[in-house]
Design a protein around this ligand. Structure first.
Ligand SMILES: [Zn+2]
Length: 430
């Protein structure tokens, strides 16, 4: 859904009002907020979550390690500072696998494939030998693959086991054919000493059925590059030990501007931060925009790795928001005590089981109670068309997130928030 023009107009008015707050003493801001009529307090709360999503989307795909991430992190730092927070950039590096174009040529016909993530590079000319079944060790006993390019079907055992079995039988390269329609884009998940190429079901099946072993040329063209990621960490001045961390990743996959995945979660975290600035709740939280999630949760892993054990022990919870701007049904998952809080905050929220594919996972692994907010899969996932979200869903997610945060911190900590603003008062987009 595109943002309605009326929302944009409101946003313009709001940003202008919030510009006046830059450099403002936070204590003075709090006093002013109490004295003013409610409507103007609301405007001081600053931009809307949907405006933040749009600002991030307009930068283009936010791929970790690219200059766009400098712009995206600057935007987020500016927004947090405007709301009264101090910000830090936490950097980390990791190796990133890239397929620079890989193929198999048989009978003068070149078929484009996909190097399995983690495969070594390699070029070789050798007979293409079809291996029966799925490439279990026993399947290699009926064929001679010494020095050859082995070709097997996907399924039953891990890609890595197929590659190791092929290498153990003397193959110089391996081709894995998808057992479902379409391309196969997978990860090897470990070290194999031969290049491994994946082919689509449509193109690979014909090769598996060939009675002879034709000469073939395999070209797996990959490399590893070192990526430096940037987590944006925001907290109120002097807050060194938060009790709760709220986070969401702000990177996206190549080619996708990542509105729902995950400018939506980034914007919801920012919206909650704006809401609790200058309150006791705000003084017990850190807000983190994680980088490098799409390449394997690198930002959240780095955060947990770099944290002192005492810091992690002091956390009552980590709330993670990923893909929360599309689909009406809010889903929550994670530590049971926290999913119970979430259902009290939103009785309509459904609970889903173990899902470890986002930034709460490294925290859960370190023993921190976690809660994951998610609205499920949608057709634009990881596509160039992931450009818009529903502002109502962002606001609803932020409202539930704030409610959970207050419940988690207990009644005493929340007086300052509840006394001044209810979520609806600040909900400009509706
Ligand atoms: Zn995501």
């Amino acid at each position: 859904m595109r943002l309605a023009p009326t929302v944009k107009l409101l946003v313009v008015g709001v940003s202008t009002a919030s510009l006046g707050m830059i450099g403002c003493n936070p204590e003075r801001k709090a006093v002013q907020a109490q004295e003013r009529p409610l409507q103007s307090q609301v405007r001081d709360v600053a931009s809307s979550a949907s405006a933040d999503v749009e600002a991030l989307v307009q930068l283009g795909p936010r791929v970790a390690g690219t200059p766009v991430m400098d712009k995206a992190s600057s935007y987020l730092m500016q927004q947090y500072r405007r709301a009264g927070y101090v910000t830090e950039i936490q950097t980390f590096t990791y190796p990133k696998f890239e397929d620079l174009g890989s193929s198999l040529t048989v009978n003068d016909k070149t078929i484009k494939g996909q190097a399995l993530n983690g495969s070594i590079a390699g070029k070789l000319i050798a007979p293409l030998v079809a291996v029966p079944n799925t490439g279990r060790a026993a399947d290699f006993t009926s064929v001679n693959v010494k020095g050859a390019i082995a070709i097997v079907r996907r399924g039953e055992i891990r890609f890595l086991d197929k590659a190791r079995n092929a290498a153990a039988a003397g193959a110089a390269g391996l081709v894995i054919v998808n057992n479902q329609p379409g391309n196969l884009d997978g990860a090897l998940g470990g070290e194999a000493h031969i290049p491994v190429l994946a082919l689509s079901n449509e193109q690979g099946n014909l090769l598996l059925e060939q009675p002879v072993s034709p000469p073939a040329s395999l070209a797996v063209n990959t490399h590893q590059r070192s990526v430096t990621g940037r987590n944006v960490v925001a907290h109120l001045p002097g807050v060194v030990q938060p009790r709760v961390i709220l986070g969401g990743h702000y990177d996206s996959v190549a080619g996708s501007p990542g509105a729902n995945d995950n400018a939506s979660g980034t914007a919801v975290v920012l919206a909650i931060a704006r809401k609790v600035a200058d309150t006791p709740v705000g003084r017990q939280a850190w807000f983190v925009a994680f980088d490098g999630e799409e390449d394997g949760l690198h930002g959240s892993r780095a955060f947990v790795r770099q944290a002192e054990p005492q810091f992690l022990k002091g956390l009552k919870g980590m709330l993670n928001f990923d893909m929360v701007g599309v689909n009406n049904q809010l889903r929550v998952g994670g530590t049971k005590t926290l999913t119970i809080l979430a259902q009290r905050a939103d009785p309509g929220a459904s609970i889903f089981g173990n899902y470890s594919g986002s930034d709460h996972a490294p925290f859960a692994g370190a023993g921190v109670p976690v809660l994951f907010f998610y609205r499920g899969q949608e057709p634009n996932y990881h596509q160039p068309s992931d450009r818009t979200v529903h502002s109502r869903l962002l606001d609803e997610t932020a409202k539930v997130g704030l409610d959970v945060l207050q419940r988690l911190l207990g009644a005493n900590a929340t007086a300052g928030v509840e006394g001044r603003l209810s979520w609806e008062d600040a909900n400009l987009a509706s």
